[in-house]
Design a protein around this ligand. Structure first.
Ligand code: PDD
Length: 280
């Protein structure tokens, strides 16, 4: 893992040789954004969408994009070529750079750009066969969950609560609405219709979420982007979570209650199969 190909401020260096100043605002303040994109068979998946979201994240926190679109594309291409693996998770982080510790934006500081390519973790067959468990968690995050910021403490605490409850993911609940997972988007299925929270300030606009909605269009399955009452979690036919790492994963228990018949559902199976076909 330590010898994973990496990139730091214009140079390609093995991950183990990357050095970052403790005065980097990413380290001191969590003042930065990130992006994570999957690569299948040496080809970046939905690259344009990921690079658009990266650009938007920088703009929203007022970091000037240090690279052109072409430069971002070749950075990713180079990491893919340097890796020994064909399926990768590429992580990119941009921080406001190095400056004496002070909350206000530093003048004339260069953004720090870091990226690394790691093997894409495989979704466990057991999770696909039996589905995963979820818990619900009070959403204590800020009001701009649409920006992919590196300050993820609330997400980390929620996810850790899930793991300690032998669950795979925590579903963030705010004002009695089920929004998304700590590191995934949420889909709730009732009477043949799929529901997911709209793309507003309370959820991350997941690239996998959009891909799954495209697959639903193709399959002719009805869906609505609307708020989801928390109690729907306990009376649904199916629950799915989506992310670049988990793809589309069925959940068969939430807060220790069994979802429907306790098995991954029929609509999930159709969507998952098409996902596998389309992703390559
Ligand atoms: N997280 N919501 C949150 C809060 C997330 O952190 C993520 C992804 C998603 C799904 O987004 P996408 O489909 O674009 O991966 C939704 C990544 C995987 C992470 O933090 O590692």
């Amino acid at each position: 893992m330590n010898s994973s190909p990496a990139f730091l401020n214009g140079e390609y260096v093995p991950l183990k040789d990357c050095k970052i100043s403790p005065l980097d605002r990413g380290f001191i303040f969590g003042d930065g954004i990130y992006e994570l994109l999957p690569v299948y068979e040496n080809k970046a998946f939905y690259l344009d969408q990921h690079l658009q979201r990266l650009q938007r994240s920088m703009a929203e926190i007022r970091i000037k994009n240090p690279y052109s679109l072409n430069e971002w594309q070749s950075l990713i291409e180079n990491l893919i070529q340097q890796s020994d693996h064909d399926d990768l998770a590429i992580y990119i982080q941009v921080t406001r750079g190095i400056a004496p510790r002070d909350h206000i934006f530093p003048q004339a500081t260069q953004a720090t750009v870091f990226a690394m390519a790691n093997p894409l973790p495989k979704v466990a067959e057991e999770q696909l066969q039996n589905g995963v468990e979820l818990i619900t968690s009070d959403d204590i995050r800020w009001q701009r969950c649409d920006i992919k910021v590196i300050s993820l403490l609330a997400n980390i605490l929620a996810r850790q609560d899930a793991i300690e409850a032998s669950a795979a993911e925590a579903i963030m609940v705010r004002d009695d609405h089920a929004l998304e997972g700590a590191a995934s988007n949420l889909f709730v299925i009732r009477d043949g219709t799929v529901y997911t929270h709209p793309k507003d300030n309370l959820v991350l606009p997941g690239i996998t979420r959009d891909f799954v909605l495209e697959l639903l269009d193709e399959l002719g399955i009805e869906y609505h982007e609307q708020v989801i009452p928390k109690e729907w979690l306990y009376s649904s036919d199916e629950l799915w979570i989506t992310s670049s790492i988990k793809e589309v994963l069925p959940a068969t228990k939430i807060d220790q209650k069994v979802v429907a018949d306790g098995k991954p559902g029929e609509l999930w199976r159709k969507t998952y199969d098409l996902y596998q076909e389309r992703k390559r």
